[in-house]
Design a protein around this ligand. Sequence first.
Ligand code: NDP
Length: 445
Amino acid sequence: MDARLEAIRDTVLARNPGEAEFHQAVVEVFESLGPVHDRHPEFLEAAILERLCEPERQIIFRVPWTDDSGRVRINRGFRVEFNSALGPYKGGLRFHPSVYLGIVKFLGFEQIFKNALTGMPIGGGKGGSDFDPRGRSDAEVMRFCQSFMTELYRHIGEYTDVPAGDIGVGGREIGYLFGQYKRITNRYESGVLTGKGVSWGGSLVRPEATGFGTVIFTEQMLRTRGTSFEGQRVVVSGSGNVAINAIAKAQSLGATVVACSDSSGYVVDEAGIDVALLREVKEVQRARLKDYAGRRPGVAYVDGGSVWDVDASVALPCATQNELDGGAAARLVRGGLVAVGEGANMPCTRGAVAVLQEAGVLFGPGKAANAGGVATSALEMQQNASRDSWSFEHTEERLTDIMVGIHDRCAATAEEYGEPGNYVLGANIGGFVKVADAMLAQGLI
Ligand code: NDP
């Protein structure tokens, strides 16, 4: 790492003790930024990096609610409003027991660069709670969401901060959150949340966008080597929103997705995952992946273990951070891997990324490859602002254009800085320069 940036990194890490995921995200970005500061010493003089690493605002609050037996429960809510140089804070809410400030800050930090890469006018933020929606009734989830919004509403707004979904927050949760926002404020402010139902202000393609976009980005990478998804053997981790839609899109382009997972285990389905059945099991019944195997003859369910033990030519990690480490990456490389597109945020450890890049595997980092979700959220905001709703085809076309644009911008930036094919460098520098220029123009704030 550049010596000038090392000193700033050390200060950032010391100021934010115990936030391992945030440290990891910061270090990964800093490692790319040396050459930018050679060309732009004004960024150092204006302390752009120090300011970028300090969120503009961090909100932590109590979320009291009662479970179905009447017992009082207390969770912790977060919203980190990281950077508004390019537009209102924008980023999802995650409900998962592992959520703490370090996770929210890593996600918010990544979001700044991702949102810049989309070319849309959105800043970066993220939030969530250590609430675990798994196994909770609809009524419990509703009471939790209402309590969460009873604090959050005062911090958000269509020109201020626009949350969306993430792990554990899908259409059901966004519905309860929006309902409570509307009730408290007495405003039908559609643009305050994205991921809404289509009949009440949502956008077609938003549910599919992150998974679809990841596959579109990965297809663009494959094309640089004269190949495509056609005929590829694909493994996907996770079986939530991003994973299911990545599977659907990859198979529509001629690939066979032979495995996917949840936090309990994975299935191997050599004939190709049956997307309709997977949606039924996971999205309608809210059941476990094990139940998919139970309903499809000849499909193996592996309890525990790692889905990365299954050979693939393309891997799409779509579950959670740090789920694919250096050992798994080396094993996949030995099994004939040619490309990885990160559908999740930071699913590959820094060790895994090093192994993949060393082996010449095409690697699309999450902040570029999974930006289709937030980009389509920005399209939802556009539709809300103009009180319009677009067709599926038109919206998907916009998403495709945006993903191809992100790919090309990352590729061109990597080339410009002397590392053709290094999408990590391209994404980090491409996102950073855009935000840094805006921060410089807006003065010391
Ligand atoms: P979902 O909650 O819909 O699905 C998450 C999936 O990942 C589930 O299959 C879940 O299994 C699995 N998973 C979650 N945590 C773990 C864990 N600790 N270990 C193993 N498996 C785990 O979330 P999304 O699909 O929305 O999000 C997946 C990833 O994509 C996240 O990294 C998110 O930040 C990222 N992302 C999402 C976007 C979106 O639009 N939704 C946009 C951009 C990025 P189980 O059911 O067993 O918990």
